[in-house]
Design a protein around this ligand. Structure first.
Ligand SMILES: [Zn+2]
Ligand SMILES: [Zn+2]
Length: 249
């Protein structure tokens, strides 16, 4: 029975026939990132001209200020050292991530995780990211984990670690309070309040003086990244960097 279920699940996940994880068109075996050529061409890179801390866009910034933190970060630095994402949230990746997250498509973790790994490799080479001692996913509350069957951030992080040979920790952080979905929260303040006391460090000794990389699928208001980083800071890591596949600004 279990085998039949697993087979059905594999079919549903688009393993056979292989389908584009965004538009669901059939794709050739071996297409990288699980995207058809049209969707791959429609990826929207985040590009330069962003704050080197929070990653927010800074259009029209005079050249002499490029590379300096934005006013918000200069006035009150966030609890992470840097938040970075290779792509804007839109087009095919928004579709692919939504299917991955809400449509029971855990198999999409492989192509999407490899896409994120490719970006991470580039960020490590350019020095935008420091080589992490430990890679962690944004945790999911166990009730949600039961509902969804998997933590999409953990699957992405695991694929990045597998591809780049980085140390992965599934349970250094935990979500101890189930919070209403961030999607339904309005302002950034509401999103931050929603997460207060929801995330905690489980094994602080594994984080002390370490370079930590936190992985999530999407960066929206930064409230989740900030809540996780705030919890991580209590364990006194050397630094906390946040990597997401997309960001919404
Ligand atoms: Zn496609
Ligand atoms: Zn900033």
């Amino acid at each position: 029975m279990q085998a039949i279920f697993e087979f059905g699940r594999a079919l549903l996940c688009g393993l056979y026939p292989r389908r584009c994880c965004a538009c669901l068109d059939e794709i050739d075996e071996g297409r990288r990132w699980g995207l058809c050529p049209l969707c791959e061409a429609a990826l929207l890179p985040t590009g330069a001209g962003r704050c080197p801390v929070c990653g927010r866009p800074r259009p029209g910034l005079p050249l002499r200020f490029v590379g300096e933190p934005c006013r918000t970060c200069a006035a009150a630095p966030p609890p992470f050292d840097r938040a970075i994402a290779p792509y804007q949230h839109g087009g095919p990746l928004a579709l692919a991530l939504s299917r991955f997250k809400y449509d029971d498509k855990p198999a999409a973790a492989k192509p999407l995780g490899q896409l994120l790994a490719r970006a991470a490799r580039g960020f490590l080479r350019s020095g935008a990211l420091q080589l992490p001692d430990l890679v962690l996913p944004v945790p999911l509350h166990k009730k949600r984990l039961r509902q969804r069957g998997y933590n999409q951030s953990a699957l992405l992080a695991r694929e990045v670690c597998r591809t780049l040979n980085l140390p992965f920790s599934l349970d250094a952080l935990a979500r101890i309070r189930d919070t209403p979905s961030q999607v339904r929260q309005g302002s950034r303040t509401a999103r931050s309040r929603n997460l207060e006391g929801a995330i905690t460090v489980m094994r602080p000794e594994t984080l002390r003086a370490r370079t930590v990389l936190l992985i999530d699928d999407v960066f929206t208001s930064g409230a989740t990244a900030a809540a996780c980083s705030k919890a991580l800071r209590t364990a006194k890591p050397a630094s906390v960097h946040v990597l997401t596949l997309t960001r919404k600004d």
